[in-house]
Design a protein around this ligand. Structure first.
Ligand SMILES: [Zn+2]
Length: 99
């Protein structure tokens, strides 16, 4: 049962990342995808993806964020940028992930 749940989560994570990858790759020049940290245009070949969701066994109502290579140099930078971006989306959210 736990393995099946783990597979479900893995599939959901993969779909989230794949959705972002496709969106960035297919973004028209007139409507490019922008970094959630600084609003620079994302390079189609280099960006970081963060998946955030309310705590729980299923990743429902989550969001997938993309950050440019300037905002995503280190893991701690990505986390900090993600927290700032998520506070804009979910002002009352509290971080539960480990540091
Ligand atoms: Zn950025």
């Amino acid at each position: 049962m736990q393995a099946a749940e783990g597979e479900d989560v893995a599939v959901q994570l993969h779909r989230g990342v794949e959705d972002v990858r496709r969106s960035v790759a297919a973004a028209p020049r007139r409507l490019p995808i922008r970094c959630m940290g600084c609003t620079r245009l994302l390079k189609k070949s280099a960006y970081a993806v963060v998946i955030a969701a309310p705590a729980g066994p299923i990743i429902a109502n989550g969001v997938v964020l993309a950050f440019c290579t300037r905002c995503a140099v280190t893991t701690s930078q990505v986390r900090a940028r993600a927290v700032v971006a998520l506070k804009k989306l979910w002002p009352n959210a509290q971080r539960t992930a480990p540091n």
